[in-house]
Design a protein around this ligand. Structure first.
Ligand code: PNS
Length: 168
């Protein structure tokens, strides 16, 4: 069922793995939080994935970098994203698109989520050109192999990566 009018408070969820948060994610958070009354960055709790950082560590890293944005919250969720969004009173799911290669997966998810909850809209934002090649997976791989990741993640995240991957 579609609500005929805009809710008085528009709450958006920005879901993901954030293992770890990159400057690409951060750019989307900074641009996205200007558009909505409340902006919840939500980390999926998924036992099947083998993350580098625990959900608690990822939440801490996120909180460190978003604490200056008053309408941004950091949370985690289990189960279906649309059920979580419903519990939070959110009407928007925000996702970033970097390149055409992201589109197919994002389209599938958006259509499935719409089928499950037609009242919750997926909104896409294009990554800035400067961030369009950054992914958490590549950051971890490059850093783990001794490469330079300056400017790809916030300094606090680089420090955590350094500690976790044993690089001085
Ligand atoms: O950062 P990611 O790994 O691309 O994020 C994927 C995420 C967390 C958005 C997606 O896996 C998700 O929503 N999972 C929750 C379970 C769910 O609702 N699955 C159906 C999606 S159509």
């Amino acid at each position: 069922m579609h609500a005929a009018t805009k809710p008085p408070q528009v709450i958006a969820i920005y879901p993901g793995s954030f293992d770890p948060i990159t400057n690409g994610h951060l750019d989307l958070i900074v641009r996205g939080c200007r558009l909505f009354d409340k902006f919840i960055v939500a980390i999926l709790r998924n036992e099947n994935k083998q993350p580098l950082f625990s959900v608690e560590e990822r939440m801490e890293m996120l909180r460190e970098v978003v604490s200056c944005y008053a309408n941004v919250e950091v949370d985690s969720f289990e189960g279906l994203l649309v059920d979580y969004a419903g519990r939070k009173g959110a009407t928007v799911l925000l996702r970033g698109i970097r390149a055409i290669s992201d589109y197919e997966y994002e389209l599938q998810m958006a259509l499935m989520n719409r089928r499950l909850r037609p009242d919750i809209e997926t909104v896409f934002m294009m990554a800035s050109e400067a961030h369009s090649f950054i992914s958490s997976r590549l950051v971890k791989e490059v850093f783990g192999l001794g490469g330079n990741i300056d400017g790809l993640v916030p300094p606090s995240v680089e420090a955590r990566l350094r500690k976790r991957l044993g690089r001085s």
